[in-house]
Ligand binder design. Structure first.
Ligand SMILES: O=C(O)CCC(=O)C(=O)O
Ligand SMILES: [Fe+2]
Length: 298
């Protein structure tokens, strides 16, 4: 089912919409399985290379990566969507239940932005180099693209694969301030792209704990951040972005593609191999490109 008038109104007024039970396990489990299989295969390789003492096979999806990374964290950097580039993850980008939601807001001609992530947020202190790209400081998603995308609407869809709580690093947002345009951000060393202190809106923030199956829609001008993971499990999530076909993504050096089209269904990219190759080439050709527009100030 698409969104109700009430839900659309909520998104319009609040700059976000949390939809509980939007997805079933059957929508998400193939992605989870893909990640479990990769982690299993890599754990075997690390064991063979003498870099891991045991496989931790009895551990859950939320826990196994933590056990492995405590001994050796080289798997961690391979896990984001553009690095693993798995078929189940690619197929999920045009998942039917997801598309019903996205068409309600974006319309029936939809491009999938390359600003897309699968995040295995590890407990504090376990990530390579001690910094964590998955702990996001206050920002608007409008602030992490190039200027070319500024005039256009882009929908962020945030999807937990396991529960997201205050303890393991959930999202916090400042609702009802979208419409203010793009706030000044800067790139802060060791923190990432963030709204400058003086521009952080004074309005109250909202905590958004979420269960597997829920979907969060965020307007690109809605400020949000995510908290560090203080638990002993992984906070697994996906964040995807969709926009009207023909509008620039703000990441011209990374691959976008048509994910839904009523007028020209044949234009939808459903060839996993092609998507995979597009990412491989783009990552190769875009080395050194500054993905965010803000340069480092402090
Ligand atoms: O998943 C997180 O912790 C941060 C996500 C975020 O900022 C986003 O999805 O736009
Ligand atoms: Fe964000």
């Amino acid at each position: 089912m698409g969104l109700s008038q009430e839900q659309l109104q909520h998104f319009k007024e609040e700059g976000f919409l949390l939809i509980r039970d939007a997805l079933a396990d059957s929508d998400l489990d193939s992605v989870i399985r893909e990640y479990e299989e990769h982690i299993d295969q890599r754990a075997r390789e690390l064991l063979d290379q003498g870099k891991l003492s045991r496989l931790y096979k009895d551990q859950s999806f939320e826990r196994r990566l933590v056990c492995i990374c405590r001994e050796n964290n080289e798997i961690y950097s391979e896990l984001d969507i553009m690095h693993l580039r798995g078929k189940a993850s690619f197929d999920f980008l045009r998942n039917k239940n997801l598309m019903k939601i996205v068409t309600s807001i974006v319309g029936t001609e939809i491009t999938c932005s390359p600003v897309q992530h699968i995040r295995a947020k590890l407990p504090v202190g376990l990530t390579p180099e001690g910094a964590d790209a998955h702990v996001a400081p206050w920002h608007q998603d409008a602030g992490v693209t190039w200027e070319e995308a500024d005039p256009y609407f882009i929908l962020t869809v945030w999807i937990p694969l396991t529960e997201a709580t205050e303890k393991n690093g959930f999202l916090q947002i400042i609702p009802r301030v979208h419409g203010i345009g793009l706030l000044a951000h800067h790139s802060k060393a060791g923190v990432g792209t963030t709204i400058i202190d003086e521009e952080i809106p004074p309005q109250a923030m909202l905590n958004l704990p979420m269960q597997k199956g829920s979907v969060l829609l965020i307007h690109k001008e809605t400020p949000h951040r995510s908290t560090p993971n203080q638990s002993d499990t992984v906070r697994w999530s996906m964040d995807l972005r969709y926009q009207k076909t023909g509008t620039p993504t703000g990441r011209p050096f990374h691959p976008d593609f048509v994910v839904y089209s009523q007028s020209n269904p044949g234009s939808v990219l459903d060839d996993h191999e092609q998507w995979r190759n597009m990412w491989i080439q783009a990552l190769e050709n875009s080395r050194g490109v500054q993905a965010h527009r803000w340069s480092q100030k402090s």
